[in-house]
Design a protein around this ligand. Structure first.
Ligand code: NAP
Length: 285
């Protein structure tokens, strides 16, 4: 039987740290912290994420500025808004909720966000910083995963770490963060051969595939730390991860549930990045 890693509790700790520091900044320096969230169109999942981010801003004492734009907004209009937000000193962080409608090029929009306000850490400048291990903003989901691993008391150094998934927002930066902590990292993807064999060698297994119950207990090494990044909506409306929880928890030493694992950490880390952005812009770090 494994021990559950409680993402709700750990994310609450992170948010409490952010709230405390935000209140201190206000009191001692008169400095407020603001996050602008931009959503284009009516994607219901995006709407839920944006609402959760707004709630988190309120909880930690940030101002949140929401820009809900029509599905037919042009790329030029969105670029204009980003430019305005880049210049607005009350906005410390800018988040453009992805995915964007098909007629808008995501790369062009991400590249237009000032790297100093890019609290998602998607801008190529920030991606470069992540690569060399010299960063202001940690990518939110992978940073949340690192905090969850840390909470288990596991030292990553020297461990066999396997990341399934190589997306720019999860898999690749996750692998880099584990590498910076001196893990021996293997990245797997859809063309990987012998996935089961590779997973069975993992002391730390991070799964970010986007397929319900993709990893089963027979792919997990006895005593491994298993982090499930996946968020899949089943036909019955229930949320489920990429790891088959029932069989996996019999093998893992620690495991994250879905929901209540990585999900809440991503938002907490976004709050942390926004606070960092505000401090950096005020010349405090
Ligand atoms: P993505 O961009 O679709 O990437 C999925 C990755 O899985 C790809 O690298 C793909 O390989 C790999 N893959 C697909 N089939 C595979 C197979 N049979 N064997 C091995 N690898 C396979 O997804 P993502 O954005 O990284 O997200 C992954 C999951 O995490 C999704 O469920 C998403 O909803 C969730 N997520 C959760 C949070 C959170 O806050 N909890 C945040 C972000 C994402 P190829 O590169 O070869 O195609």
């Amino acid at each position: 039987m494994s021990q559950l890693i409680n993402g709700k509790e750990i994310s609450a700790e992170v948010k409490a740290e952010v709230a405390k520091e935000t209140a201190e900044l206000k009191e001692t320096k008169g400095l407020g912290v603001g996050l602008a969230v931009v959503i284009v169109g009516n994607d219901p999942a995006s709407r839920v994420y944006v609402n959760n981010k707004k709630k988190a801003c309120e909880a930690v004492g940030f101002r949140s500025f929401e820009y809900a734009l029509d599905e037919n907004t042009t790329q030029e209009q969105l670029l204009e808004l980003v430019d305005t937000l880049n210049k607005d000193s009350s906005v410390n962080g800018i988040l453009v909720q992805l995915p964007l409608p098909k007629h808008i090029d995501e790369k062009t929009i991400i590249n237009a966000i000032s790297p100093d306000k890019d609290v998602d850490a998607f801008h190529p400048v920030n991606v470069g910083h992540i690569m060399i291990g010299d960063y202001t903003f940690l990518p939110c989901t992978p940073a949340g995963v690192m905090r969850l691993i840390e909470s288990t008391g596991t030292d990553v150094a020297g461990k066999q770490c396997v990341v399934i998934g190589r997306s720019n927002i999860v898999g690749k930066p996750q692998a880099m963060l584990l590498l910076h902590k001196n893990g021996t990292v293997t990245i797997c993807h859809s063309k990987t051969k012998n996935l089961k064999e590779i997973c069975l060698g993992a002391d730390i297994l991070v799964v970010a595939v986007g397929r319900a119950n993709f990893v089963t207990g027979d792919m997990i090494k006895e005593g491994a730390v298993v982090i499930d990044v996946g968020m899949n909506r089943l036909e019955n409306g229930k949320l489920c991860g990429d790891v088959e929880f029932e069989s996996a928890e019999k093998k893992a030493s620690f495991i994250t549930p879905v929901p209540g694992g990585v999900g809440p950490m991503t938002i907490a880390m976004l709050m942390k990045n926004t606070l960092t952005a505000a401090k950096k812009q005020a010349g405090l770090i």
